[in-house]
Design a protein around this ligand. Structure first.
Ligand code: C5P
Length: 235
């Protein structure tokens, strides 16, 4: 299985964590999480997966020296290719798809910031690609979700039983995902995950059970929770 890791974001919502770690604001995936950069934990899970065979990381060229240092420190057995990211996540994934080896039939896309995903989750998604051409790891939402208008007046309360919080990995047939990205680019669709492009093209996407601990490290609170969970795993 081929894996693309979008890792070209900036980390604007990390707030005071940059000062706390004595670093200038750059890529949150380079922040320290119990002795390793956030991205290193994501890569270790991909390395431990029994189905992932090839890893592509989309990053900003300014981060490539740091990424290469992480790769040298981890000394992974699996081949890793660095790919230039874009100015949005959507563009980064688009670039990643162009850089896939031609023989790739299926691909998993997994945010570098979801550094707590387990190898078993990668393998569950890989296995489900035998059945589906589009899938998303997701968990049932615990909160009641409100839809609001621009004045913050609530417009709707959708039935929670039908609501799932989308995570990554998301898995797809490569030709169909390329087609969806091409159509999205041509029509100017702006989306925050790949499944949304698939859906807008009228292609079916199925949910695979995700993991409650598979949070996206976005704010200092997420980093603190990630630290707590990882410490529990490494004890
Ligand atoms: O900002 P957010 O956490 O939602 O980003 C999700 C993932 O997409 C992160 O792993 C981030 O590095 C990546 N990303 C990217 N290219 C961008 C913006 C975000 O690869 N231009």
């Amino acid at each position: 299985m081929y894996l693309l890791i979008p890792a070209a974001g900036s980390g604007k919502r990390m707030g005071s964590e940059w000062q706390r770690q004595g670093k200038a604001q750059r890529n949150k995936l380079l922040l320290d999480l119990i002795g390793k950069p956030v991205l290193a934990w994501t890569l270790l899970a991909a390395e431990a997966s029994s189905t992932i065979e090839w890893i592509g990381i989309m990053g900003q060229p300014i981060d490539f020296d740091d990424f290469n240092q992480i790769l040298a420190d981890l000394n992974l057995r699996k081949p890793v290719t660095l790919i230039q990211g874009g100015s949005t996540r959507q563009e980064s994934v688009y670039n990643g798809l162009q850089a896939l080896p031609t023989e790739a039939q299926h691909v998993l896309i997994h945010d570098g910031a979801r550094c707590l995903a387990t190898p078993e989750l990668f393998d569950r998604c890989s296995a489900s690609l035998k059945q589906y051409d589009g899938l998303v790891a997701a968990v049932a939402v615990k909160d009641t979700i409100k839809v609001v208008d621009e004045t913050m007046s609530i417009q709707d309360t959708p039935d929670r039983a039908n609501l799932w919080a989308a995570q990554t990995p998301q898995g797809f047939s490569v030709p169909l995902l390329k087609q969806s990205h091409d159509e999205g680019k041509a029509k100017g669709w702006e989306v925050t995950d790949d499944a949304a492009l698939f859906e807008r093209c009228g292609l079916p996407v199925y949910i695979v059970p995700g993991e409650e601990t598979n949070l996206k490290v976005t704010t200092p609170v997420d980093l603190a929770i990630a630290q707590f969970i990882l410490q529990g795993r490494t004890q």
